[in-house]
Design a binder for this molecule. Structure first.
Ligand code: 13P
Length: 341
């Protein structure tokens, strides 16, 4: 493990004004989204869509890194430049999702555990050769009556820590992502309690496995009201409770925190991040974004699988990247949305 390399990469990934583009949807998820927009569900369409995202002019002004999927990291631009090399040349660090998905947790109905540790050391070696400089593993925690169980939090935290240690051994910065799902009708307070319990367990397991906090990034879900809750917390409440939760759980040595959007609206995700950075100016870690849907959705819906829509779709991607970049500095405003429209 080269801690200097890990620290330098992690720092670049969370540089002020920039964030990380999550474009690592599995083939199944990608196809599901293609179906909704009426696009074909083929290898070439998935390549074409990832090409649209990565070759978006100006993207690297606001995007520091891109998370690729196993299929994507092996693909290339139309001019035949492999995606990881293309990204690196633009100043966008290529990364790779390495978990193999969330499976049902035995004996715990309604709960999942993320798999993918088998053979991971060898896979890391291959991804490194292909140019990846960081990795991602996502665990999912579901809130419901009587869940999450201790067993679910414990199993996921342990796997995250084993993954993170292997990533650092291979000199890849681990993005550690324990996502507390927005699904359900729970209150903001319940989300706070579950997120706090999850993060405490995750950092305890990371410490047991000897993971260097300076060389990792936490990908966190925000503390929000459940999607179906009749009582929705406002932007400032979400910002304050999220930061309070992080201050209570995340060691100051961690290189940075990048949020997932997790089903929030595009503008809402930007507003939440912006408010955190506006209200809290001297936190121990930079707060940025690693959004998938909240960056891609307008572009995807405009593209609809057609070549003639690529340029317009790229403009919309660039806009969301730019506004979220502003949110990392607390300089975003709703007015900017209206001006852009
Ligand atoms: P969303 O922002 O769409 O939640 O995706 C981020 C991600 O990478 C989830 O693992």
């Amino acid at each position: 493990m080269n801690l200097q390399t890990l620290q330098a990469t992690a720092k670049e990934m969370v540089a002020k004004g920039k964030g990380i583009l999550a474009m690592d949807e599995s083939t199944g998820t990608c196809n599901k989204r293609f179906k909704k927009i009426g696009s074909e569900e083929t290898v070439e369409q998935r390549r074409a869509y990832r090409d649209l995202l990565l070759t978006c002019p100006g993207l690297s002004n606001h995007i520091s890194g891109a998370i690729l999927y196993d299929e994507t990291i092996r693909q290339a631009t139309l001019n035949n430049v492999p995606f990881p090399q293309y990204a690196e040349k633009q100043g966008i660090i290529p990364g790779i999702k390495v978990d193999t998905g969330a499976m049902n947790l035995a004996g715990h109905p309604g709960e999942k555990v993320t798999e993918g540790l088998d053979g991971l050391r060898e896979r890391f070696a291959e991804y490194r050769k292909m140019g990846a400089r960081f990795a991602k593993w996502r665990a999912v925690i579901t809130i419901g009556p009587g869940i999450p169980s201790h067993a679910c939090i414990q199993a996921n935290a342990h796997a995250l820590a084993r993954y993170a240690a292997l990533a650092q051994e291979a000199d890849l910065v681990p993005i550690v992502e324990p996502e507390v799902l927005i699904d359900g009708d729970h209150t903001l307070e319940r989300c706070y309690d579950v997120t706090r319990a999850t993060l405490r367990r995750v950092f305890s397991e990371l410490a047991v496995q000897g993971v260097a906090f300076e060389g990792m990034i936490l990908k966190a879900s925000m503390v929000v009201s459940g999607e179906a809750s009749p009582q929705q917390a406002n932007v400032e409440e979400v910002a304050r409770e999220t930061v309070r939760c992080l201050l209570n759980t995340v060691p100051p040595a961690v290189a940075g925190i990048a949020f997932l959007s997790g089903g929030q609206g595009n503008e809402q995700a930007t507003a939440h991040l912006n408010t955190m950075n506006r209200l809290f100016k001297s936190l121990p870690w930079p707060l940025t974004f690693s959004y998938g849907r909240a960056l891609q959705q307008p572009a995807l819906e405009t593209w609809r699988g057609k070549k003639e829509n690529v340029a317009q779709a790229q403009k919309l991607l660039l806009l969301r990247a730019k506004l979220n970049g502003a949110a990392t500095l607390g300089q975003y405003s709703e007015k900017m949305e209206k001006e852009a429209a």
